[in-house]
Write a protein that binds this ligand. Structure first.
Ligand SMILES: Nc1ncnc2c1ncn2[C@@H]1O[C@H](COP(=O)(O)OP(=O)(O)O)[C@@H](O)[C@H]1O
Ligand SMILES: [Mg+2]
Length: 146
């Protein structure tokens, strides 16, 4: 599709993540591994659910048979500081209360998340990425506008 620029390293290693030209991220999951397949399905489902949320990447296209997806590139990784952690917690809380996607453990909301799974872009705006995690769960209808 687009020219490949560089590899983006992932924590989970469920597959490959590449930055393409035109600020597009290509992510490919290994569908032969049941856990990866589940992460892939979840990521598609949750990105669709959050289509109008302004602090997650936009899903551009995907291929269910290949386990691949394209989404917008939203910036570079951020340092793990208490201030950043607090901002991430606010976004995770908003995902739950405003967007009906809860991060949870045993069905109790948890608003903590490692900065390794979040990014910040140039104009100091923070985004939540890597939404496949089994800790996320849809708890209400999709919101159409913010
Ligand atoms: N939409 C995106 N915008 C910017 N960077 C991204 C995006 N998606 C992934 N990355 C980068 O690629 C890394 C790995 O992607 P991630 O979705 O966390 O994959 P994994 O499932 O392997 O953890 C992230 O830590 C981040 O640095
Ligand atoms: Mg990750």
């Amino acid at each position: 599709m687009k020219k490949y620029i560089k590899n983006l390293t992932g924590g989970n290693k469920a597959g490959t993540v590449k930055l393409m030209s035109n600020n597009i991220v290509y992510k490919k999951y290994d569908l032969t591994i049941p856990r990866s397949k589940k992460l892939f399905r979840n990521e598609i489902k949750f990105l669709k659910h959050l289509e109008y949320c302004d602090f997650v990447p936009k899903l551009i296209k995907y291929n269910k048979k290949k386990g691949s997806l394209y989404m917008t590139y939203v910036g570079d990784s951020i340092p793990d500081t208490p201030e950043n952690q607090q901002r991430i917690s606010q976004l995770i809380k908003s995902l739950h209360l405003d967007w009906n996607l809860m991060r949870h453990e045993n069905n109790k909301p948890i608003y903590r998340r490692s900065t390794h799974n979040s990014v910040i872009n140039k104009d100091n705006k923070m985004f939540i990425i890597d939404l496949g995690s089994k800790r996320f769960k849809i708890v209400g209808p999709k919101k159409i506008i913010n």
